[in-house]
Design a protein around this ligand. Structure first.
Ligand SMILES: C[S@@+](CC[C@H](N)C(=O)[O-])C[C@H]1O[C@@H](n2cnc3c(N)ncnc32)[C@H](O)[C@@H]1O
Length: 277
């Protein structure tokens, strides 16, 4: 049985940072070490050198995916940080409708899809009042297991919390069907979204992602190294359309990217509007 030592843990940590931008030190969750160790043991390899070799080899994608599934933090719930969703439905879509009726929305680091479906809900709410609008919505993530769950659209009750309840009352629409053990996304909402694998660290793939009106990248930056965050903010700026907006998590900000975005108050929350260069 392979036991993980601190030198190898450091080496794997350096690989994770290079591959995904995630710094293991920034993950507060307990048990990351144990999860990585169990993942290595499940592969039934002879030595830790075999593992490191495979991890870094061109054919090591399944191993890299397995590792990512162990180290990513997947916590999410519907309508998290409601002020941002409220702002979209009551302000952003309405203002933007003066110049166009197609909206491209990207939930980057969507985890199991609660955020992406919440965006679809707000889009659908607006569409009912403005049938000329069209929405293209995707959710992307580096964790393929989370993406599978997102695609299924079937949730435990813990994905539905107090903020979800409050916002939902304000913007009612068929959204979830309640079953004895789970909540399932309504077909109409499900059909509005697409999910795909995308590593935010992969700049070549990111460059194909141009033309967004809204980018939600919430509670993803907190795990990244500072230099990578700055790069990503610059990239998001390039990928957004004129007047497009970036939304981060409640505890995140982009203070170190002056001249790229202006801060927009969204009730009790914030968003960042692209400044044209
Ligand atoms: C805490 S969840 C946030 C989910 C959702 N955005 C929210 O705020 O409720 C963080 C997500 O970021 C994803 N992530 C981390 N590093 C990533 C990367 N390099 N590329 C794409 N997704 C990444 C993780 O897999 C995880 O699903």
């Amino acid at each position: 049985m392979i036991i993980l030592d601190s030198i190898t843990y450091k080496e794997i940590g350096a690989f994770i940072r290079e591959h995904s931008g995630i710094c293991l030190e920034k993950i507060q969750e307990k048990g990351v070490w144990e999860r990585i160790e169990r993942h290595i043991q499940s592969l039934e390899l002879q030595t830790i050198k075999d593992y490191l070799f495979l991890l870094k080899s061109p054919c090591g994608a399944p191993i890299r995916d397995g590792l990512m599934a162990q180290v990513t933090v997947n916590e999410s719930f519907f309508f998290r940080n409601p002020g941002q969703f409220r702002y979209l439905a009551l302000d952003f879509f309405k203002e933007t409708l003066r110049v166009k009726d197609r909206f491209h929305i990207w939930s980057a680091g969507c985890s199991t899809g609660e955020e992406t479906y919440s965006l679809a809900h707000m889009a659908q709410w607006f569409h009912k009042r403005h049938p000329e609008t069209k929405f293209f919505i995707i959710g992307s993530d580096i964790n393929r297991q989370s993406l599978k769950k997102a695609h299924l659209g079937s949730y435990r009750k813990r994905s539905w919390r107090k903020p979800s309840e409050d916002l939902f009352k304000e913007f009612p629409l068929p959204f979830l069907c309640e079953h004895p053990k789970n909540l399932e996304i309504e077909n109409q909402i499900r059909q509005m979204v697409h999910f795909k694998y995308l590593n935010l660290r992969d700049l070549e793939s990111l460059k194909c992602q141009i033309g967004w009106d809204i980018i939600f990248c919430r509670n993803v930056f907190i795990y990244f190294a500072d230099a990578f965050r700055t790069n990503l903010v610059e990239t998001f700026h390039q990928l957004l359309n004129k007047g497009g907006m970036l939304f981060l998590g409640e505890t995140e900000n982009i203070l170190n990217a002056p001249g790229l975005f202006e801060l927009v108050r969204c009730g009790s929350a914030f968003g960042y509007r692209k400044i044209e260069k």
